[in-house]
Design a protein around this ligand. Sequence first.
Ligand code: PRP
Ligand code: URA
Length: 208
Amino acid sequence: MTPMILDHPLIQHKISLLRNKNTGSKEFRELVSEVSMLMCYEATRDLPLKEIEVETPVSIAKTKIIAGRKLAFVPILRAGIGMLEGVLSLVPAAKVGHIGLYRDPQTLLPVTYYCKLPSDINEREVIVVDPMLATGGSAVAAIQMLKDSGATSIKFMCIIAAPEGLTALTDAHPDVQVYCAALDEKLNDDKYIVPGLGDCGDRIFGTK
Ligand code: PRP
Ligand code: URA
């Protein structure tokens, strides 16, 4: 599936603030949350609706509510946690699964350390959230874990993607719709996104 770039002006403005190395952790966290909420609005645009009737104070209204499968959000730890508040503010009834992965600093390959998913994950529309798609290793592995657990309908939402990561992800999981807010230039020798925003987990949680 062709990746969708969600470049609404409000999103672009907030990403410029995220990129700035002088933006502190408190503001950075708030911005990640706001961008995630705006992206979620777009990523849920195709949710199916069904018609219902509601009694207004004036008459009966034929109106619509969301139908079909319920949602689950799955943040990739740690940095994905930063996107959770924003997406849950739009879909508060969604269930949440967690996948713990980190990039080994030497091999740069993803290492799994945690996986806890809703038991009915196979019946849900899953949106995986992780702010950074660099080599794509973490996203590819997380989505494979979801598929191995029975998930059949999966979207992936990141804030900044590198071309290398997008290619790896769409090659490995062509059935997954990918949403990103900015497509950057390249990866550097340490596999960080250029220009990117640095280490997203460290900036959200104030570590390092
Ligand atoms: C970051 C980011 C992604 C991953 C992307 O996590 O949040 O999960 O790197 O890189 P990749 O596309 O090359 O796999 P990191 O491994 O730094 O862990 P953290 O969120 O716990 O800091
Ligand atoms: N993880 C990050 O947090 N930033 C990058 O640029 C790449 C991976």
